[in-house]
Write a protein that binds this ligand. Structure first.
Ligand code: FPP
Length: 247
């Protein structure tokens, strides 16, 4: 190969249709509010539409063999929103979980929750417990729902848990620290998708996204569909992941 002083590598141009999907996809479901406003509807309608998109995308991920799907449903910063919007998002989540309990067995979907869920309503906490308990029986796609989640909060809590753990290893390695995170046992995301036009992480999976491939699109989350996910996966397959190495 010709010497390249900058170490740049050519990207593969086309994604192979036969390539396996990314093992773990993470999504910041952004753009619900704008989607609704453009239609003259309240922002809360956008969140309801966003929840429908999540359902479709989760089903598609299951069908194409994605093992883990992590979604940002409610951040530690989202409490700053008007109270009616906050309660609407949490109600949509409640409704979704109540329905999911009856379909999880059919779909073999597992669910986990990342974030401090202890501040949520007792009904929501109960639904979270039930879905997590049910999940232990299934072996399908694992959905990780980030609720009252913040990446910095997660790292701080992990550091505190490590300090308080009498059995903590004295040598704190990357792998050892990861076990104190909410995502313990879950492989890092391979592909992180943000619809809605913004290009930032917004406190999502700060630790875990260290080597994720990012895909940004202007499509608003409620308009995101299977074709858009295919495009994101094709872009992912065209990347060369080097993890800091030269090849
Ligand atoms: C960001 O869009 C979206 C949220 C803060 C909430 C996402 C929540 C859901 C899709 C419902 C959760 C339920 C399930 C079942 C996953 P935004 O409101 O910031 O949009 P904007 O940037 O257009 O204002």
């Amino acid at each position: 190969m010709k010497f390249n002083p900058f170490g740049w590598r050519k990207r593969r141009k086309t994604a192979s249709v036969d390539a396996p999907p990314p093992r773990h996809i993470a999504i910041i479901m952004d753009g619900n509010g704008r989607w609704a406003r453009r239609r003259g509807m309240p922002r809360t309608t956008g969140h309801a539409a966003g929840a429908e998109t999540f359902r479709r995308v989760a089903t598609y991920c299951k069908n194409i063999g994605v093992e883990y799907l992590t979604v940002y449903a409610f951040s530690t910063e989202n409490w700053k929103r008007p109270a009616d919007e906050v309660s609407s998002i949490l109600q949509i989540l409640e409704k979704y979980l109540a329905e999911a309990i009856s379909t999880m067995e059919r779909d073999r979907v597992k669910m986990r929750f990342f974030g401090d869920t202890t501040v949520l309503s007792s009904k929501l906490q109960q639904l979270i417990r039930e879905t997590e308990e049910l999940s232990t029986q299934f072996d399908g796609v694992q959905v990780n729902m980030c609720v009252n989640y913040g990446g910095r909060d997660e790292i701080l809590r992990a550091a505190q848990a490590y300090r308080a753990d009498p059995d903590a290893p004295t040598l704190l390695t990357d792998a050892a620290f990861s076990r104190y995170l909410w995502s313990s046992g879950v492989p890092d995301p391979d592909l992180l998708i943000r619809p809605g036009g913004e290009m930032r992480l917004s406190n999502f999976l700060l630790w875990q996204a260290a080597y994720a491939e990012f895909y940004f699109t202007d499509t608003l989350w409620p308009d995101f569909d299977e074709r858009e996910l295919d495009r994101a996966i094709a872009a992912y397959h065209a990347r060369e992941r080097r993890y800091g190495d030269v090849n």
